[in-house]
Design a protein around this ligand. Sequence first.
Ligand code: NDP
Length: 448
Amino acid sequence: MDIVDLVKSRDPNEREFHQAVAEVIESIKPVLDRNPEFRSANIVERIVEPERVIMFRVPWMDDEGDVHVNRGFRIEMNSAIGPYKGGLRFHPSVNLGILKFLAFEQVFKNALTSLAMGGGKGGSDFDPKGKSDAEVQRFCQSFMLELSRHIGPDTDIPAGDIGVGAREIGYLFGMYKKVRNEFTGVLTGKGLNWGGSLIRPEATGYGSVYFAAEMLAAKGDSLEGKKSLVSGSGNVAQFTMEKLIELGSIPVTFSDSSGYIYDEKGVDREKLDYIMELKNVRRGRVSAYAEKYPEAVYIPVDPEADHNPLWDHVAHCAFPSATQNEINEKDAANLVKNGVLVVSEGANMPTTPEGVDTFLDHDILYGPGKAANAGGVSVSGLEMSQNSMRLGWTRAEVDERLQMIMKNIHKTCLDTAEQYGTPFNYVNGANIAGFAKVAQAMIDQGVV
Ligand code: NDP
């Protein structure tokens, strides 16, 4: 049976997982033809099956004393090249299929970083939005009480993702430390004065901009003076805008799940400080920006509409940094029509397969998430190294390593795409290079 059909027949409801698997399978056919040992060891069927799936009940009490029950998950997808590594997502949409897609992507992404990290992902359908600090704390403690049995600094090292930022990592770490009676680097994204790395909060956004800069440089171009569309307003979006401003690009949009801001004059340093305070301290909505800066407009977005107007503005660059499948075929066609040159994915799988085809058909420089947003997990890997050595590198040292890693990932993707006869196809480059590394390690380690 065809592997995608097999995956679908085993878990028919896991739509996003099917999508992620189909994309990788499509790219790696030539590698399988060149390496018959991958086929004879049945690597593909093994790689699409998680090594372990942990699901658990997370009961917690709200401020009124009412008891709620959420679901907790950890997918330990593949440990061929290192301990499981990948974020935790707290969002009402979280289910097994979404986490399996994220864990699957993570395996190839981590392989591209050149650091020794396997792939995992986890989270809960808990929604931190609108909850008090005390409720978030009680939830995180209940979640970690169970998760702590399964993770460890040499086994599985979670980090943040949607809905899991510095506050949540703090509560999770505190509970792990208490239950296990050990102070280790079991989570990344920690606070600076208790084992965190400089540049970790910035790393995914910065990395996605570095990747775009590399793609443009490969064509003799740069970000200087270019207009950029950014989606999202969380961790990744904020630091994407910060680096864009630093490199002379002009971010003109950002969003949340209710709508988006279009600021024709562009977001500058002062406006970005306002956004960071609004989102991270006041936990507000982006619509407030248009009240503060009347030159900007707020446009509500209907999630059921056939396209998102955020992607229908004239710009040279697009940085989807919110969530999966936020650019569909029509959005991609609008970006192409409006002259987009480069798309760099801060989010995981933000473009539908039809959208990806549209970009590739029009020779847009398209950096898929598993390459373009690998900066976050890379600096998580650097945080693990610093924890093991019990020392901390300076901001400049970490940023330099991050830039070097993003440059190397870009070169690996570019060279691999070229070797396989599809120049500038970063999708093929990322999938083939990531897969080949993990597949070879699996062969070396036998049938386990
Ligand atoms: P945050 O929780 O900090 O921010 C998420 C942003 O996306 C918010 O603006 C949120 O809006 C918006 N959003 C979330 N879900 C939806 C949705 N269903 N529809 C529309 N908008 C939505 O998360 P991050 O910035 O950390 O993550 C963003 C993306 O980047 C995700 O795809 C994540 O997997 C990916 N990523 C993150 C990494 C990291 O280091 N944090 C590393 C690599 C990838 P609202 O406030 O309304 O929910």
